[in-house]
Design a protein around this ligand. Structure first.
Ligand SMILES: *Cc1c(COP(=O)(O)O)cnc(C)c1O
Length: 437
């Protein structure tokens, strides 16, 4: 049963000669869990296939984008067709407004938007337009929330930053982050105090409405509503970073999923991952009066050679069209599959006497190896990461590929079904036993 990773090990060694750590994004190197990261050759539906001929049930979905499963046929066809017409023009195409219209059908709060090429760019640009619109410098973010790797946002930033246990990043001057206030998540009093300490100086509050980048952490009842009210009161913009949860919790993401509880819409929203169907796309958008501050209409500069790229727009249109059409079936099925996996593994962990806290919403979840309730970064950090690493390794060896860090969310796709649930539970039975012994 033992899988061979020999070819991947060779490829990793070769890559390390050219790329720092052999990777283009740090968590891919598996440093937090050990072992050799498999090199992927192709993927289809719920499965990844590696260079050694191993097959894995994919439980991280390219870190979120592959909601509909890998090589989703309508997206593949749309990309092929677009590629035949040239990969980029640097001029406007009808596809940009086509995708924008689909985004707006999902997200009515996004009255105007701009396409960029990553979630990082989307968040960085949303912050700039918020500062430009309000004429204020300070921003509030939350510990464990990741908004991409722009300088001002790399403060207590979750994801790889949490995985490697570093407070921020070298190469970011203190002057660059002096206007970034990083507060604990799920703590409205901290937000009130920050506004009191910096009257009329805070441009915006940016958050992941469900945190995915410290592992999955849900907003406590009243938290999102409270943030909406505080920002209204102080004339600051509320920015929902839905790069991960957009189109995942519902077609309209967190602001649809939590609509009743929030009782208002965010001023700006950032999107990425699913909106590009696996191609590099980010979106920032929201209130028209705010977005119209952007050049060429206003004084806030933002640009991109490959922004609105025709291949990316084609993949996005195919993906969002399928989501809008199938949402009534897609989301209940995702939740059903995810519940079966999450509850099944929780039961197995209990049988082994392993302390585990599961946070789940829709089709995203995290198994935290801690007996504590996880409601913020500090409680997430009580997890036994060595146990997680052993569990991860055991799952991989049994053909299930989890995100390679305790501080990342796992994802289920619409291509996952009963067969994959069984495969995951079977693997978990062995991996949990191996992790305790
Ligand atoms: C992934 C992610 C980003 C960054 O997106 P990239 O495309 O990796 O730059 C920003 N915010 C959230 C919430 C994310 O999950």
């Amino acid at each position: 049963m033992a899988l061979s990773f020999a070819r991947s090990a060779q490829l990793q060694q070769r890559a390390e000669g050219f790329l720092p750590g052999g990777v283009d994004s740090p968590v891919r190197a598996f440093r937090a869990v050990g072992g050799h990261p498999p090199f992927v050759e192709r993927a289809e539906g719920a499965y990844l296939f590696d260079a050694d001929g191993n097959r894995f049930v994919d439980m991280f979905g390219s870190w979120g984008p592959m909601l509909l499963g890998h090589a989703f046929p309508p997206a593949v066809a749309a990309i092929r067709e677009a590629a035949g017409k040239s990969a980029s023009f640097g001029a406007s195409t009808a596809a940009e407004a086509d995708l924008a219209e689909l985004v707006q059908r999902c997200y009515p709060s996004v009255q105007k938007m701009r396409f960029v090429s990553s979630g990082t760019e989307a968040c960085m640009s949303a912050i700039r337009v918020a500062r430009g619109f309000t004429g204020r410098n300070f921003i509030i973010k939350f510990e464990g929330c990741y908004h991409g790797h722009a300088d001002a946002l790399l403060v207590k930033a979750g994801s790889g930053i949490a995985t490697f246990g570093i407070p921020g990043s070298a190469g970011v001057p203190a002057e660059t982050v002096m206007h970034t206030l990083a507060l604990p998540y799920n703590d409205l009093a901290a937000v009130e105090a920050a506004f009191a300490a910096h009257p009329d100086q805070i441009a915006c509050v940016i958050l992941e409405p469900v945190v995915g980048n410290a592992g999955t952490i849900l907003p406590e009842p009243g938290y999102l509503k409270g943030l909406r009210e505080i920002t209204w009161k102080h004339g600051a913009l509320l920015i929902f970073d839905e790069v991960m949860v957009g189109f995942r919790l519902a077609a309209g993401g967190a602001q649809e999923f939590f609509a009743e509880e929030i009782g208002g819409l965010p001023d700006l929203t950032t999107l990425g991952k699913i909106v590009g169907g696996g191609l590099p796309v980010g979106v920032f958008g929201g209130r028209a009066d705010v977005m119209d501050c952007l050049a060429p209409l206003g004084p806030v500069y933002q640009a991109g050679t490959l922004s609105g790229n025709p291949l990316a727009m084609a993949a996005g249109i195919a993906t969002l069209s399928a989501i809008l059409e199938g949402q009534a079936e897609i989301y209940p099925k995702l939740e059903e599959t995810t519940t079966a996996i999450v509850e099944g593994v929780a039961k197995l962990a209990a049988q082994e006497g392993i302390a585990m806290t599961t946070n789940m919403v829709g089709s995203m979840f995290t198994w935290f190896f801690t007996p504590q309730r996880v409601t913020d970064f500090a409680s997430a950090a009580t997890s036994d990461t060595a146990m997680f690493a052993r569990f991860h390794r055991g799952m991989l060896e049994r053909g299930v590929w989890l995100p390679p860090s305790q501080y990342e969310a796992a994802f289920v796709s619409a291509a996952h079904g009963e067969v994959e649930v069984e495969l995951v539970l079977e693997a978990a039975k062995g991996a949990l036993k191996a992790a305790v012994s």
